[in-house]
Design a protein. Structure first.
Length: 608
C-alpha cells in the first residue's frame, strides 16, 4: 500500500517555491471548471492552473495532456519550477500505466530541473518517486537506495509541517517495501516512526495506510485477532474514501502472508473476499490476481477442479480483453489497407491518363490517318469521362464517409474551412447507457459472440437516435452516449431523448435471436450546457465536454438495472409529459447530493 504523492498531497510549484496542498471534494468538483477556463486565462496565469490540474487529475492520458501544455508554456520563458512539475507529473502518468522505463526517464529529468533551482526538497521528491517506480518494477535494491537518499534530504530540511509530511511519507514507503520483502521488524520500526510524524502533523488521510500495514505485520506474527482489528479499521476508512483498490490490495497481502504460513483456510477466506470486492467494483487487476491466488490455494488444498476453474477464469478474463483489443487493431489495419489500395488504384488511373496523352500527341506528330486520329480522340474522351466518373464516385464515397462520422453542419464547415470552431450550446440533453455485469459476463463469453452482441444492440440504438433527431457521440466499451439539441439548438430535445431512452429500454427487454447475449441495462439522463467540437488531425470524432456530460454519466452510474435515471433539471422539463418516480436525494461521488427520478411512461398513455 505504497503512498503515492499524487494521491494525498500535490506539490504545487509557484514563484520558485513549493507548498503542500491536500485534496478536498470541492477541488474535484472544480477540476472540470479549471479545465474549461485554463487556456482562456492570460498566459502568465496558465502555468499555475495547469500545474494544479495535472496534479489533481487521475487519468494518465489527461495528466500527459495537461503536463505537456505546462511544459510548452514553461519552456518559452525557462520557468524551471514549472518545468520540474511538468516532468514529475509526466513520470507519474507513465508510472500509472506501467511504463516504468518511460516514468524513470521523466523522473530523472525532473531531478535535473530541481538541481538547476538548487532545491534539495524537490530533488528529494523526485528520489522518492524514482524509488517507488523501482519498487513496482521489482528492483528492490535500487528502490531502497533512492528511498534512503530522499529520506536523508528531507531529514536535513525539516522547516515546516509540509517538510515533515514528505519525510514521514518517505519513511512509510520504505517500511512498506521492507514489509513486502518479509523484513517485518525493520518495516515495523519505520512504519511506527512515520505514524508518529503523521499524528503530529494532524493529517488523517494517512491513517488507513499505517493501520493496514500494522494489520499485515500482526498477521505475519500470528496475532490474528489484533491483525483483524487493524485491518477492519483500515478497510472501514478506505471505504469512506471509496478507495476499494487499496482494500483489495490489503486482502491480497493478507492472503500471501497466510500462504507463507501454510494457513490455507484463512488464505482462502481472504482471497474470496478480495474477488467479491473486485467483481462488485469492477477492479480488473484485482480480479486477475484474486483468481490466480484462488487457483494456487485450491491447488495446494488438492482441489484440482476448483484450481483449474479459477485459473481458467483468470486466463479467460485476460484473453478476452486481449482479443477485443486485437479485433480493434485488425479493424484499423484493414481500414489502412483499403485506403492504401484505393490510393494505388487512383495512381494507376493517373498513369494510364498520362500514357494516353502521350499516344495522342505522338499520333498528331506522326500525322496518322484521320481515322486513327478520330479513334484516339474518342478513346481519350471516353477515358476522361470514365476518370471523372471514378473521381466523382470516390469523392461521394469520401463525403458519405465523413457524414457518417460527423454531423452534416460540422462536416460542411470542415470541408469549407479546413477546421471547426468549438460551440457552446445551452440546454443539451445527454444520455448514457451501460450494460450491467458486462465485465463479469465477458469472462465467460467467447470474444466473437461478445462483439456480435454489442454490435446488435448498438446498431438498433443508432437507428433510434436517428429516428428522434439525436446525435450519437461515441461508444466506450459497453457504454453508449447520445445527445439531443446538437449541433443545432433545438427546443424540446429532452422529450426526444426521453422517447429514445424508453424505446432503447424496450428493445433491451425483447426476445433476442440465438447467439445474442441477453444483457440488462442502466440509463442516465441530464440536461445542461456543453461545449462541442472536434479535435486532432486523424480519425475525427465529434465530441462534447462540460459538467453536463459528467453529471449525465453519474446519473447512469447511480441508476438501477432496467431503469432510466434522470436529474432534477431534466425532470422539470419532462414532468408535465411523463410519469416520474422520485427516488429521493442520492449521494453522488465527488458531486455532493442530487435529487433523482426514475422516468416511466408518458402521461397520455397512462390516462388512456
Amino acid at each position: 500500500m505504497r503512498i503515492h504523492y499524487s494521491f494525498l498531497i500535490i506539490f504545487v510549484v509557484v514563484c520558485s517555491k513549493t507548498f503542500a496542498r491536500q485534496y478536498t471534494s470541492e477541488d474535484y468538483r472544480d477540476l472540470d471548471s479549471l479545465k474549461g477556463i485554463v487556456m482562456e486565462l492570460p498566459e502568465s496565469e496558465q502555468p499555475d492552473v495547469l500545474s494544479l490540474i495535472s496534479g489533481m487529475e487521475e487519468a494518465p492520458d489527461s495528466i500527459l495532456k495537461y503536463s505537456q501544455l505546462l511544459l510548452e508554456i514553461a519552456a518559452k520563458d525557462s520557468l524551471h519550477p514549472f518545468l520540474y512539475d511538468g516532468y514529475l507529473q509526466r513520470g507519474n502518468a507513465y508510472y500509472y500505466i506501467g511504463d516504468y522505463s518511460k516514468a524513470l526517464e521523466m523522473y530523472l529529468v525532473s531531478v535535473k530541473m530541481a538541481e538547476r533551482m538548487n532545491s534539495d526538497m524537490l530533488v528529494g521528491n523526485s528520489f522518492i518517486a524514482i524509488a517507488g517506480n523501482f519498487a513496482d518494477s521489482k528492483n528492490e535494491e535500487s528502490a531502497i537506495s533512492y528511498y534512503k537518499r530522499g529520506i536523508e534530504i528531507f531529514e536535513n530540511n525539516l522547516y515546516s509541517r509540509d517538510d515533515s509530511t514528505r519525510y514521514a511519507t518517505g519513511i512509510y514507503n520504505l517500511g512498506d517495501l521492507y514489509l513486502k520483502m518479509g523484513k517485518v521488524d525493520s518495516a515495523e520500526f519505520l512504519i511506527k516512526k512515520a505514524k508518529g510524524i503523521f499524528e503530529v502533523t494532524g493529517l488523517e488521510g494517512y491513517k488507513p495506510y499505517w493501520l493496514g500495514s500494522f494489520g499485515i505485520i500482526e498477521a505475519n506474527r500470528g496475532n490474528d485477532e489484533l491483525a483483524e482489528e487493524y485491518l477492519d479499521e483500515s478497510i472501514e476508512i478506505f471505504e469512506d474514501y471509496y478507495d476499494y483498490s487499496n482494500i483489495s490490495e490489503i486482502l491480497r497481502s493478507i492472503v500471501l502472508v497466510y500462504l507463507d504460513q501454510n494457513e490455507l483456510e484463512k488464505s482462502l477466506a481472504y482471497a474470496k473476499k478480495s474477488l467479491e470486492l473486485a467483481r462488485e467494483y469492477d477492479l480488473p487487476k484485482a480480479k486477475e490476481e484474486s483468481n490466480l491466488l484462488l487457483s494456487n490455494i485450491y491447488e495446494r488444498l488438492g482441489s484440482s477442479k476448483e484450481a483449474f476453474d479459477y485459473f481458467r477464469t483468470y486466463i479467460a478474463y485476460r484473453d478476452s480483453l486481449n482479443n477485443l483489443e486485437t479485433i480493434r487493431d485488425m479493424a484499423d489495419q484493414r481500414t489502412e489497407f483499403e485506403v492504401a489500395q484505393k490510393q494505388a488504384e487512383l495512381a494507376i488511373v493517373e498513369i494510364r491518363s498520362k500514357r494516353q496523352q502521350l499516344l495522342l500527341y505522338g499520333a498528331i506528330l506522326l500525322l496518322l490517318l484521320a481515322g486513327l486520329l478520330v479513334w484516339v480522340i474518342f478513346r481519350r474522351f471516353k477515358f476522361e469521362k470514365e476518370t471523372k466518373e471514378i473521381i466523382q464516385k470516390e469523392k461521394k464515397r469520401s463525403d458519405d464517409l465523413l457524414l457518417n462520422i460527423l454531423p452534416v453542419e460540422i462536416a460542411d464547415e470542415l470541408m469549407a474551412e479546413g477546421k471547426v470552431k468549438a460551440q457552446k450550446i445551452d440546454d443539451v440533453t445527454v444520455l448514457f447507457s451501460d450494460f450491467a455485469f458486462f465485465t463479469s459476463m465477458a469472462e465467460s463469453i467467447p470474444p466473437e459472440q461478445l462483439v456480435q452482441s454489442i454490435d446488435f444492440y448498438f446498431k438498433e440504438f443508432d437507428r433510434i437516435s436517428e429516428k428522434y433527431g439525436l446525435e450519437k457521440i461515441k461508444t466506450i466499451g459497453d457504454s453508449y452516449m447520445t445527445a439531443g439539441g446538437i449541433p443545432d439548438r433545438k427546443e424540446g430535445n429532452a422529450l426526444d431523448v426521453a422517447k429514445a431512452a424508453l424505446e432503447m429500454m424496450d428493445f433491451i427487454k425483447r426476445d433476442k435471436p440465438d447467439g445474442i447475449v441477453d444483457f440488462e441495462m442502466r440509463i442516465g439522463i441530464h440536461t445542461g450546457p456543453v461545449v462541442a467540437g472536434i479535435v486532432g488531425l486523424k480519425k475525427w470524432q465529434y465530441d462534447i465536454w462540460g459538467d453536463t456530460v459528467n453529471v449525465a454519466s453519474r446519473m447512469e452510474t447511480n441508476s438501477e438495472n432496467g431503469k432510466i435515471n434522470i436529474s432534477e433539471t431534466t425532470y422539470e422539463i419532462l414532468k408535465d409529459h411523463y410519469s416520474c418516480e422520485f427516488r429521493g436525494v442520492v449521494e453522488v461521488k465527488n458531486r455532493g447530493v442530487w435529487k433523482m427520478y426514475f422516468l416511466n411512461n408518458p402521461i397520455d398513455s397512462q390516462q388512456s
